[in-house]
Design a protein around this ligand. Structure first.
Ligand code: APR
Ligand code: PHB
Length: 412
């Protein structure tokens, strides 16, 4: 079979008969994790077919995170996916933290770790991935409904789905569940296989995208009115967030109110530097930490949001989707190309070490920077002194910089 994921139609396909397809790796979900996995596998000579529940337009319309670790940029570059990223992405040496009535400080990732990170939207990465898939004629089957994962406890897994009113069966050697937090893959595992770890935070983020020049750096703010964040997508596209209660309704937040509240959470000189304008997107997201272990059962692998979710405070979600795809592509290629099962056997443990590092730092930053409803005077003081320690200790800053800039891959 060619590496392009060519489908073999063994049936007499008519509009009503079931169609039979075959590939090496069936990938469920065309988010950044699934499409990148397909690309990385292709580059290592392994064929895949991607099944996506929604239309391409729907997938491309999602506005999500936008801070890329150095390793993420390296993976995208290595896969020939960084042409636009290298032109439009904004490199940063570090990020600022400010909080009420105290001096702001800079976590200098470049100085502490030699690594920079880049602001570039997940939406753009998603476009770049679809463009690359089109260029090589990859099979990405959108609007695939009623996806069912079968046979993965044996050695002949298959995925059944309906597309265009036609029932399909996709035979494969492995299934990669890259279908996000609400996908079908994790839910297909038999009861008792997974151990789940979860923390729900008592607030959400209200995010705004606006075609205005962003601040020069990412600035996280802890203020008595709540957390705020200033970030960027490109020189004329800014992204801002504020902490809001979980029952917040978008219709109660016209642009004027948002800008007023955002500016109230920054020191005067930063508030004055924020350029306001009409929002082009506005959304509310709850904050959650979640991990499901292990990330493999038989011939089914979980990757990206299908296995774990982090609150956005450390900007780690997309980076984890990329590192899972990287580890999984390497492991599957070793199996197909060298007959070695060592890397697929180690996938879950290897991926989870990086996942938990990001879960921890995302939880740490969330706890440090938000105002928790019902926090006691003790909680408040402890938070202030944690911030003071971070502000004054180069060692504490180096530890955060190491995690924020992102760890190296294992075994490279
Ligand atoms: N069948 C097929 N596809 C499905 C199904 C299903 N039953 N359920 C969900 N999907 C698709 C979704 O429509 C989506 O396009 O799987 C894709 C999953 O993509 P993401 O949710 O973007 O997850 P992932 O690729 O792991 O990327 C994680 O996205 O949520 C952010 O912060 C997160 O940045 C991180 C990144
Ligand atoms: C973003 O740019 O969307 C962003 C930046 C930093 C974060 C989260 C999101 O911690």
């Amino acid at each position: 079979m060619s590496a392009g994921g060519v489908a073999i139609n063994a049936g007499t396909a008519s509009s009503t008969a079931a169609r039979r397809l075959r590939t090496q790796v069936a990938i469920v979900g065309a988010g950044p994790c699934g499409l990148l996995l397909a690309e990385l596998l292709h580059r290592r000579g392994v064929a895949s077919i991607v099944l996506e529940k929604h239309t391409r337009e729907h997938v491309l319309s999602r506005i999500r995170a936008g801070v890329l670790e150095q390793t993420t940029v390296d993976v995208l570059r290595g896969a020939g996916l960084a042409g636009r990223l290298d032109r439009e992405g904004l490199p940063h040496d570090g990020m600022h933290i400010v909080w009420a009535r105290r001096e702001s400080f800079f976590i200098d990732a470049a100085r502490h770790t030699g690594k920079r990170f880049t602001t570039y939207g997940q939406t753009q990465i998603q476009q770049d991935l679809f463009a690359a898939a089109d260029r090589r004629g990859a099979q990405v089957i959108t609007e695939a409904g009623e996806v069912k994962l079968l046979g993965f406890e044996g050695d002949r897994p298959r995925v059944e789905f309906i597309q265009g009113g036609v029932a399909h069966t996709l035979d494969c050697d492995f299934i990669a569940g890259c279908d996000g937090f609400h996908g079908v893959s994790r839910a297909s595992l038999p009861a008792g296989v997974l151990r789940e770890f979860e923390k729900i935070y008592p607030f959400g983020w209200l995010g705004v995208l606006s075609e205005t020049p962003p601040l020069a750096d990412i600035v996280y703010a802890n203020h008595p009115r709540g957390f705020a964040l200033a970030s960027a997508r490109n020189p004329m596209l800014a992204r801002y967030y504020i902490q809001v209660p979980l029952d917040t309704r978008l219709e109660d937040w016209p642009d004027d109110r948002f800008w007023q509240e955002l500016k109230a959470r920054y020191p005067r000189e930063m508030a004055d530097a924020i350029v306001t304008g009409p929002s082009i997107e506005k959304s509310i997201a709850p904050l959650r930490s979640y991990v499901a272990e292990p990330m493999r059962h038989g011939r089914l692998f979980l990757a990206g949001d299908a296995a774990h979710v982090v609150p956005p405070t450390g900007a780690k979600g997309l980076n984890l989707a990329v590192s899972d795809a990287f580890y999984l592509a390497r492991a599957l290629a070793a199996w197909f190309n060298d007959g070695s099962s060592a890397l697929i056997d180690g996938y879950s443990e290897t991926a989870l070490r990086r996942v938990w590092a990001s879960v921890r730092v995302s939880w740490y930053l969330t706890t440090l920077l938000h105002r928790f409803p019902g926090a006691s005077a003790f909680d408040q003081k402890a938070q202030e002194y944690e911030l003071e320690y971070l502000r004054s200790s180069p060692h504490a800053q180096a530890a955060l910089a190491e995690q924020y800039a992102g760890l190296d891959f294992e075994g490279e």
